[in-house]
Design a protein around this ligand. Structure first.
Ligand code: TXA
Ligand code: MG
Length: 328
């Protein structure tokens, strides 16, 4: 059942007392705590099994709060905020003195974003201060996009889970660092690359490879992984690779891009097909739920057809590649 105002009030009260609340955002569900309460933030790390040097994103309700959490804020931050907040964009800025070390992983920087989800917004307004929240999954695993995903994975470890239905974006925010002379994309995400380019104009955006020394768990080579071995395979090789495994009597799952029925490859028994959208935003919306679902079926191997090699698919390809890397 969707959370109502009473649930929000309860959630805010739990946060004030130092508790941990899972809540929906437009990207994925977050595991939230009072960003200024060290013990509460420590519980997030314990619940996730996340190394303490990986920084958390602090969620805000209004751009006016930026100065409380960051310093030396460049005007570009406000340009991006105006265009994309509330929305799936996280800005990395220099941190303000009040921010606890634990939130920033001991770095002098902070990740900030205003989420675009009515329940998250209501919770932030009720609570009245920043909420530190990573994705509500165990470290390295698939991010949750429904309340059920959170309860299956974290269950009684959290004080409350707010139900906001399935997330509309389905993968995490785009992370942009504004620390250097040129903006750097640390993680592709919910904001399409083309939309970012429109705001950034000629100065453009640098790749995260150019930016060393930044710790971002979402940028680890292996992350977002199901337990089942996942192999990312080019369309033209898919049938052949699957057949090879079937020859050994293995059971496989396949995430394939939906095609006209006549063009769909015919495959033997032992294969379970997941037809995936051919439009990147729609693919992203159901990607994690589909991977979880496929993971539960305990196939010997999960094949994923490589999505098109263009910018629109950047975030989806990034997550699939990291999921595949976990099993190499
Ligand atoms: O969409 C999202 O961003 C979701 C929702 C809940 O807001 N949150 C999320 O959090 O994905 P998490 O912790 O799973 O991933 C946040 C990423 C991590 O890779 C973290 O290292 C990076 O953001 N990050 C946070 N603060 C940072 C900082 N100061 N410098 C560099 N990276 C930072
Ligand atoms: Mg995460």
């Amino acid at each position: 059942m969707m959370a109502d105002s009473d649930d929000i009030a309860l959630a805010a009260a739990i946060l004030r007392k130092g508790g941990v609340v899972a809540f929906p955002t437009e990207t994925v569900y977050g595991l939230g705590a009072d960003a200024l309460n060290r013990e509460a933030v420590q519980r997030i790390f314990t619940i996730k099994g996340r190394p303490s040097y990986h920084p958390l994103i602090v969620h805000l309700e209004d751009t006016a709060q930026l100065q409380e959490w960051a310093r030396d804020i460049p005007s570009l931050a406000y340009d991006l905020a105006r265009q994309f907040w509330p929305g799936p964009l996280t800005l990395i800025l220099k941190r303000a003195p009040q921010v606890p070390d634990l939130v920033t992983g001991g770095q002098d920087t902070i990740g900030l974003r205003i989420p675009d989800h009515p329940l998250a917004m209501e919770l932030l307004q009720h609570f009245g201060s920043g909420i530190a929240a990573p994705s509500a999954n165990r470290f390295g695993r698939i991010s949750p996009t429904t309340k059920e995903h959170v309860s299956a994975e974290l269950g009684s470890a959290v004080d409350l889970i707010l139900d906001g239905g399935p997330c509309s974006v389905g993968l995490e925010s785009t992370i942009i660092s504004l620390l250097g002379p040129q903006p750097v994309m640390l993680r592709p995400g919910g904001i399409p690359a083309a939309a970012l380019a429109q705001v950034l104009g000629e100065q453009g955006i640098a790749n995260s490879d150019a930016h060393s020394g930044v710790r971002a768990s979402g940028t680890l080579e292996a992350h977002y992984a199901p337990r089942t071995a996942l192999r990312l395979v080019a369309s033209e090789r898919l049938h052949q690779e699957i057949s090879a495994l079937l020859a050994f009597g293995q059971r496989v799952g396949v995430l394939e891009l939906k095609r006209a029925p006549s063009k769909a490859p015919t495959l033997e028994r032992g294969v379970h097909h997941f037809a995936m959208p051919t439009q990147p935003q729609e693919y992203a919306r159901i990607m994690y739920a589909t991977l979880r679902h496929a993971d539960e079926a305990r196939f010997d191997c999960l094949f994923v057809e490589q999505p098109p090699d263009d910018d629109e698919w950047l975030a989806v390809r990034d997550r699939l590649q990291r999921a595949a890397n976990a099993h190499r």
